[in-house]
Design a binder for this molecule. Structure first.
Ligand code: ADP
Ligand code: ADP
Length: 237
């Protein structure tokens, strides 16, 4: 038996644990918070942007297919994106539970996720939406630096590394993403914010949405997210 889009086997997968979907516009703080929360909660951090950037770096067929879209600030087509996500969810570390960062980004992806989780006896337990005004997003993306090895995010004003240009976590060098240049930032926000609104509505209708004020400092956003997530995922066995 295979999934609806073929190739990825289902049915033989063990049941999946808790699933939290972190929602937010580009620059809202998903990656920053996911790094902290995944450790605290024992969930695998699954970030589709990081998976795509690794594929581009390694020049895999997936990376070659995705690169043009990413450079233009557009969403990569659903076919390859969903295939990549389902392959990641089939890995052993995802079975204990996952914290999704950057997926789903449209309602078609949200529907596929629900179906894939249902086949594993799971569901989206909570979808926290980190809400940040558009003007703040531009400033955050323009000042963002990420690490070469694992994509840990920093900011030239808001979150500086202990040693300039070096990742606190893994010691790799920091760089600025090409899609964080001002012209591409505008394109990303223009193209992605509408789809995000629909995804937020999708989870609101399913009663798993919770909105967190992402304008607060990083530590306070973590506190607010934990206050929402811990009761929600603690209630499942
Ligand atoms: P950000 O952190 O700024 O929100 P990401 O690192 O999550 O951006 O994603 C970078 C790029 O990778 C996106 O602009 C898009 O081109 C592609 N991408 C990531 N996730 C998805 C997805 N779920 N669907 C389609 N494209 C995606
Ligand atoms: P996303 O994954 O949603 O695109 P990131 O976690 O990469 O967002 O954060 C975008 C930028 O904003 C990074 O430079 C990060 O250091 C910074 N940042 C994240 N959270 C906050 C916050 N609460 N206040 C100020 N800056 C933040």
């Amino acid at each position: 038996m295979t999934s609806a889009i073929g190739r990825v086997p289902i049915g033989r997968n063990p049941p999946i644990g808790r699933v939290v979907v972190l929602l937010g516009a580009p620059g809202a703080g998903k990656g920053t918070q996911a790094q902290i929360l995944s450790e605290r909660l024992g969930l695998a951090h699954v970030a589709t942007g990081d998976l795509f950037r690794a594929a581009v770096r390694d020049e895999t067929p997936l990376g070659l297919a995705a690169k043009g879209y990413m450079d233009r600030g557009e969403l990569v087509p659903d076919g390859v994106t969903i295939e990549m996500l389902l392959e990641r969810l089939a890995k052993p570390d995802a079975q204990a539970g996952i914290l999704l960062d950057g997926f789903p980004r449209n309602t078609a992806q949200a529907e596929v996720l629900d179906k894939a989780l249902a086949e594993k006896g799971g569901q989206v337990d909570l979808a926290p939406y980190i809400e940040v005004p558009e003007a703040d997003l531009v400033a955050r993306l323009g000042g963002r630096w990420i690490c070469r090895a694992q994509g840990h995010p920093y900011h030239e004003l808001n979150k500086q590394p202990a040693q300039s240009g070096v990742c606190d976590v893994d010691g790799s060098d920091l760089y600025q993403r090409t899609d964080d240049q001002p012209a591409t930032v505008q394109a990303r926000l223009r193209q992605q914010l509408g789809a995000l609104d629909l995804v937020v509505d999708y989870y609101r209708k399913r009663a798993v949405l919770t909105v967190v004020d992402g304008r607060k400092d990083i530590g306070q956003v973590t506190v607010d997210l934990l206050a929402a997530i811990v009761p929600a995922i603690g209630s499942r066995g």
